[in-house]
Design a binder for this molecule. Structure first.
Ligand code: GAL
Length: 381
């Protein structure tokens, strides 16, 4: 009887201790493709996201997708989570909310995707850029939106949405492309002549006055503090790299075309050992396709595609382990350590889309990814 009551006391104390520090609910490893519970036990609802490290904390911004149970349509926008260890995330709520005003471009029914937040040292402000589509127009508008905040977790104040670089030519656009007479509609889509015309700037000319299309996007801040808005333009056929102004709130008008006519989206850029690397995907909507990698020695340099970075079975490589890139995250406190972050979309229930995080490994100087069902940061040297 005495032994039993001792045991009971020990069990109860252990239970209370666990309750106090929530130890039962802690995540101890990355489990790509599985439900990833936040501090409230709900799957992390931050898709197509991006993370910044600030004041010893990681902040994860992503698409808040309405869970099926959620009836309040105005609860939509960009979510934010914070973490010290990259495994356990606290829900910080919506950083950018849809504006409850049908006259606003950010009004109910619009789409906000792939949000990325950067910190501007000069102004002390946090700047959020995101792919923005308008109510009832599908993906036709192809805008990029910008919002700003004094606090990292928000609320972010929406400034505007635009198609960048109106009335300016890309820096790497030859004179003869500017003068070419072929127009959109002159050639049959996807014919060989059409593909050549696209590579030679058909859509750049078409969109010259109204600004260039901006769909899937990311933001990259270079070593010198200059920021670049990288997005799928030209009907998703070509990536544009556009320099942002010093306050990160606008475009300078300096931009280049990258991999013209090669249909890249989901760009994710990082710098390591003197080289710039970019993961992308092809353009098959929510369906995954083979992973892609490109490399350059300068951000406004000559980007060259290299082999598929996935090292799995043939089937896994064809779909990048069932994921689409969103960011390559530098891990604080480790040299040259990065995490591949991707999305495994569930189109009919986007809130349930899974996070595919994998350790970045190296092979002959090139980044590669392998599948690990269960891993932790010790994997990164
Ligand atoms: C994907 C894109 C996603 C989303 C989706 C819509 O290609 O990467 O961010 O826009 O298309 O179909």
């Amino acid at each position: 009887m005495k032994v039993n009551s001792k045991k009971t006391i020990v069990s109860i104390s252990l239970f209370l201790f666990c309750l106090a520090i929530n130890c039962q609910d802690l995540n101890h490893s990355f489990k790509p493709g599985q439900i990833w519970p936040d501090n409230e036990g709900r799957h992390i609802n931050a898709h197509g996201g991006g993370i910044i490290f600030y004041n010893d904390t990681y902040y994860w911004f992503g698409e808040y997708r309405l869970p099926r149970s959620e009836k309040d349509r105005s609860r939509y926008g960009v979510s934010c989570y914070s973490s010290k260890d990259l495994l356990n995330w606290k829900n910080e709520g919506l950083a950018l909310k849809i504006i409850n005003d049908t006259a606003s471009l950010l009004g109910p029914g619009c789409i906000t995707e792939r949000p990325k937040v950067i910190f501007n040292k000069k102004t002390g402000k946090f700047v959020m850029w995101f792919h923005h589509e308008l109510k009832g127009q599908g993906y036709k508008a192809a805008l990029t939106g910008v919002a700003v905040s004094d606090n990292i977790t928000g609320p972010y104040r929406y400034i505007r949405s635009l198609r960048p670089n109106a009335c300016v030519w890309p820096l790497n656009f030859p004179e003869e492309y500017k003068k070419a007479k072929i127009k959109d509609g002159d050639l049959k889509s996807w014919s060989e002549e059409w593909k050549v015309a696209v590579r030679e700037g058909l859509f750049v000319r078409r969109d010259f006055e109204g600004g260039q299309m901006a769909r899937d996007m990311t933001i990259f801040v270079d070593k010198d503090g200059k920021a670049y808005h990288v997005h799928s333009a030209e009907e998703n056929m070509t990536l544009h790299f556009s320099e942002l102004t010093d306050d990160y709130l606008d475009f300078t008008g300096r931009y280049i075309r990258v991999l013209p006519g090669e249909s890249n989206e989901a760009p994710a850029i990082f710098y390591s050992k003197g080289k710039y690397f970019m993961f992308t995907s092809g353009t098959t909507g929510w369906k995954p396709n083979p992973g892609r990698l490109a490399v350059a020695s300068k951000i406004f340099g000559d980007w060259k595609p290299v082999d598929n970075p996935c090292r799995g079975t043939e089937d896994e490589n064809k779909i990048c382990f069932g994921s689409q890139s969103t960011q390559i995250l530098p891990v604080n406190g480790k040299k040259n350590a990065f995490i591949y972050m991707g999305d495994r979309w569930t189109p009919d229930n986007l809130a349930d889309s899974r996070h595919i995080w994998l350790p970045l490994e190296w092979e002959k100087g090139m980044p590669i990814i392998k599948w690990y069902p269960n891993w932790n940061l010790n994997k990164l040297k």
